[in-house]
Design a protein around this ligand. Structure first.
Ligand code: IMP
Length: 423
């Protein structure tokens, strides 16, 4: 069997958690392959809202197995809190949650380094979630990191102490003050490690290889979005992992020719949290309304998300680099009530009209040309069939399908599992 992928096509927060939850019934295994507690995947069902950061969104399904792959970075402190939240809801995860030995650990000092690095950047800050993501991936590629498998070694504490000491000395290089109590941080970390140890550690590449041989269906759940990819995103305002399709191969140990469907998720408009260019950003009442109606606040940090029109140039770019085979459009309901809707269809760049994403998309380099669409008034949130969708929304979707060459298979009309229309 192939591994299907589910990826965000914008700057994250597209609603991946909800769709994984909807699709889980079709899969035996759900796997996370990159990112870490910077992600916040929200699932709403049976009157409860659950936010997952590191744990795959299949954990609420009765039988699905959930794997945290080698490409993920795990903060044992946050992970423990996530598990305790599951305990509160009587979710039995011990037999359903497996952790790759090759996943890297976020140490308390990684978080301190993240804070020092961001503060020292001043106005040029990335807008990081400050979860230690960048410093942990730096240690990974710098070949200094600590991995989950190290916890099975007798000398893991020595390794931890050496890396922590190095980080503390690195903190001195920054021209900023970071207050911390290492003893307290370490005590919390060790409790997190104890909790992590209650789960099974696996060699995930071997696990997936056997699962595929045994005909198991696997869904890889991406985090963040394609425009935050370390290589193809709006660098340096990106995260530190490959959020695109290729990241699933390296982040799970699955060969490229084993990838099957690639589900691409996008919002009917665009949002972004943190700093960085955003050509279709709105600074007016329309943007305010999108944010208010769409409840656009970060699931991890609570920060207000920036809002703007759908950027088709960026969407086509994401469809292409990921090899998307099916699209899923989220939050169409938020656009109800606007007289006119706009989709960015070309940029003006260095005196020319272009239809691809150029190297620089900062406001001084790019202005946007839009195609306008008639809006619709109807409330979509109670709708249950594709036939009931307003004709102006269907025209909006048809345009996206024609331009990207990929069918829009799901239209989400609200946060609940039930508010999902299949086309
Ligand atoms: P970091 O990965 O926490 O260092 O953050 C780097 C950039 O990616 C910042 O602009 C964050 O706001 C953004 N980012 C990280 N994770 C997410 C996410 O899950 N959703 C949306 N934006 C994210």
């Amino acid at each position: 069997m192939a591994v299907d992928l589910l990826l965000g096509l914008q700057w994250g927060d597209e609603g991946k958690g909800k769709i994984v939850d909807v699709l889980t019934q079709n899969y035996d295994i759900i796997a996370r392959f990159q990112g870490g507690p910077n992600a916040g995947h929200t699932l709403i069902f049976d009157g409860f809202k659950h936010v997952l950061h590191t744990i795959p969104s299949g954990i609420f399904h009765k039988t699905a197995m959930n794997v945290v792959g080698n490409g993920v970075v795990i903060d044992p402190v946050i992970f423990k809190k996530e598990l305790e939240n599951l305990d509160k809801h009587n979710i039995d995860y011990t037999s359903k949650l497996l952790i790759s030995r090759k996943a890297h650990l976020i140490l308390p000092t990684h978080r301190l380094l993240d804070a020092a690095s961001e503060t020292s950047k001043g106005k040029a800050k990335i807008g990081s979630t400050l979860k230690g993501i960048g410093p942990t991936y730096m240690d990974k590629t710098g070949r200094n990191g600590m991995r989950v498998g190290d916890l099975e070694l007798d000398n893991w504490k020595e390794k931890y102490d050496a890396l922590t000491a190095k980080h503390i000395s690195m903190l001195n290089y920054f021209d900023v003050q970071v207050d911390y109590n290492l003893k307290e941080l370490e005590a919390e970390f060790c409790k997190g490690i104890d909790k992590l140890r209650t789960l099974e550690f696996i060699d995930s590449e071997e696990y997936f290889s056997n699962a595929m041989k045994n005909g198991k269906t696997i869904l890889a759940e991406g985090a963040q979005g394609s425009l935050l990819d370390i290589d193809f995103g709006t660098y340096p305002f990106v995260t530190s992992s490959n959020t695109t399709a290729a990241g699933a191969c390296t982040g799970l140990g699955v060969a490229p020719n084993r990838i099957g469907e690639v589900y691409g998720i996008f919002k009917a408009y665009t949002t972004r949290v943190g700093s960085g260019p955003f050509p279709t950003e709105l600074f007016d009442e329309v943007g305010e309304t999108m944010g208010r109606v769409g409840n656009e606040f970060g699931a991890t940090t609570g920060r207000k998300r920036r809002c703007g029109w759908l950027d088709l140039i960026a969407l086509k770019y994401a469809v292409e680099i990921n090899g998307v085979t099916q699209l899923m459009m989220m939050k169409g309901d938020v656009l109800s009530g606007f007289e006119t809707l706009k989709i960015a269809t070309s940029y003006n760049y260095k005196g020319k009209e272009i239809k691809h994403l150029p190297y620089n998309i900062e406001p001084e380099n790019v202005t946007v040309n839009y195609t306008e669409f008639k809006g619709w008034k109807a409330d979509l949130t109670e709708m249950t069939s594709a036939e009931s969708l307003p004709k102006n929304l269907i025209a909006y979707i048809n345009f996206i399908e024609k331009e990207t060459g990929v069918p829009v298979k799901i239209v989400s009309v609200g946060p609940d599992r039930k508010q999902t229309i299949m086309r």
